[in-house]
Design a protein around this ligand. Structure first.
Ligand SMILES: [Zn+2]
Length: 65
């Protein structure tokens, strides 16, 4: 199982979050690297404060097969 960041598309490796290589095998799990997670939370907070809405975030992008 590989965890891929929804935002910057980096993959979680043992050494840390890295740019994905040419070949990708196995199942993918969508998540956020710590960096993007922080940014996303900050953006959601600001957005919901301005609009008075509940935070909304959709994680969707297509992966090459
Ligand atoms: Zn990221």
């Amino acid at each position: 199982m590989v965890t891929i960041c929804c935002s910057c598309k980096r993959e979680k490796k043992k050494s840390g979050w890295e740019k994905p290589g040419p070949g990708r095998a196995g199942k993918l799990s969508h998540g956020f690297c710590p960096e993007c997670h922080g940014k996303m939370l900050a953006r959601l907070e600001e957005h919901s404060r301005r609009r008075g809405l509940q935070p909304f975030f959709s994680c969707s992008f297509s992966l090459p097969t």
